[in-house]
Design a protein around this ligand. Sequence first.
Ligand code: ZN
Length: 247
Amino acid sequence: MLTVQWDVSTPQPVPRSEAVGIDVGLTNFIATSNGLLVKRPRFFLTCERKLKLLQQRVSKKHIGSNNWKKAQKKVASLHEYVANCRKDWQRKLSHKICDDAGMVFVEDLNLVGLSRGMLGKHCLDAGFGQFFNILEQTCFKRDIYFQKVDSRKTSQICPSCGTETGKKELSERTHVCSNCGYTTDRDVAAAQVVAIRGLAAVGHTVKMHEQGVNSLESPRRKNPRTFRSSSVKNLFIRSFAENSPAF
Ligand SMILES: [Zn+2]
């Protein structure tokens, strides 16, 4: 095998055209700001019974014997099959999102914390972390800008007027704003808030490109992958005023 190390500067995708915000969840795997809702496939849960059976067979075999090795191999193959199905599905979904986007924004979630919670098994089965990595790679390949934004209170803010609508129960599937009357699916509303935050984060850059300034210096640059702001609401309102109507 020959390995060659070479110093090359790869051009990074720049923010442009249509912005798509993505909200991930357990009911809908993703909801996008342009209204796409995709149900969560249960890759692991559908194979769980089969896996249990195979693991029982392993436990009945004499440890280290040939039959034990064969049974172990079957368990490993099933795990691999589930992982491959998940990866393949996520790749296809990433391309579908990229088909009509120039910029993709996702929430910067604490995935380790989520996987340790009550719904940890479901979060791990959904594979949010892997999906974000695949989506980021797909965006890079297709020259689409990708950025993570602050995930706090995305489901508690009205994307139309910026009012805080308060916590919603999980059973509450619709966002209805008491201030402006804006009504939409709750996940789509959260995705729209993500898109607005993303636009606020790159707003400066997009403006400079429109004006033909060939520089990518923007106010947020401490960590180019993550945008956090202590005054999210202020930025949100400013961005909304600048970019309205965004959808
Ligand atoms: Zn509203």
